[in-house]
Ligand binder design. Structure first.
Ligand code: HEM
Length: 233
């Protein structure tokens, strides 16, 4: 267990950073290099390209037009995921706490706000994630176009959310440990938090991060390329 914990906390983070940066760089290079034979405008050209891309990325209007129930689950899922990512800044650094203290909040208030936002986001993320997985399994036309990678990534995401929620609602985790861990990684002298739940959560999360550039999860990056292509004037 100790060897695995050191691998996850002391070695895997470096492997993750290298593979993620390399993979993202490669994917963006391929997209940017892909020839575009003619100018395409699939939609009536909107007034503002940047505005259209931003609206599509934030509110998914094309999906709303196509399937309102799927839009609802998908939007809540992505919005809470964004909230959880923002919340994770507190996991890695005390910067947010310092800023909020400077704005006059007290430490108890910060903890209550974080526990409420993190708790609500954790439950909503798990619920909508499970609903999206159930839809993929139970709706025939969706099941027919789903492959093993689609199911695996949903199961991996749900496992990450469950292990995160267990820390949030069950075992509780002292964030000072992850902040020390972050600094120790930056100075190449890893101090790994001795907590099985944390190690499992971090391991699954890093597998996901490594997989992102090589998988369909990268649709969040592709949207800027495809939307720019179809909406340009
Ligand atoms: C290496 C990367 C990650 C680390 C070190 C990490 C660490 C943590 C920690 C320490 C907590 C407990 C927070 C608390 O109780 O105050 C937590 C909660 C959580 N994590 Fe992560 N996490 C990582 C990546 C992720 C990813 C990629 C996801 C989602 C895809 C995720 C989803 C969650 C959820 C849903 C919770 C519970 C709700 C919340 O506290 O926000 N985590 N994580």
């Amino acid at each position: 267990m100790e060897v695995f914990a050191f691998f996850v906390g002391g070695i895997l983070p470096y492997i993750t950073v290298v593979l993620f940066i390399f993979g993202m760089g490669y994917r963006f290079y391929v997209w940017a290099k892909t020839p575009q034979p003619g100018r395409m405008t699939l939609f009536p050209a909107p007034d503002s390209l940047a505005g259209g891309v931003l609206a599509e990325s934030l509110f998914f209007p094309s999906l709303f037009k196509g399937d309102k129930i799927l839009w609802l689950f998908a939007w809540i899922f992505h919005a809470t995921l964004a909230l959880v990512f923002l919340g994770h800044i507190r996991v890695f650094t005390a910067l947010i706490d310092r800023m909020l203290l400077a704005f006059g909040m007290n430490p108890e208030g910060i903890d209550v706000m974080s526990a409420t936002a993190g708790g609500v986001a954790g439950v909503l993320l798990l619920t909508t994630g499970l609903l999206l997985l159930v839809r993929r399994i139970s709706v025939r036309r969706v099941r027919d176009i789903s492959g093993i990678p689609d199911f695996s990534v949903m199961i991996l995401l749900i496992a990450i959310i469950v292990t995160g929620d267990l820390m949030r609602f069950g075992t509780h985790f002292d964030l000072e440990q992850t902040r020390v861990w972050t600094v120790s990684l930056l100075t190449f002298s890893p101090i790994v938090p001795p907590n099985g739940g944390f190690i499992l959560h971090a391991f699954l999360a890093m597998i996901l991060i490594i997989y992102i550039p090589y998988s369909k999860i990268l649709h969040f990056g592709g949207i800027f390329f495809t939307q720019a292509l179809v909406r340009r004037r």
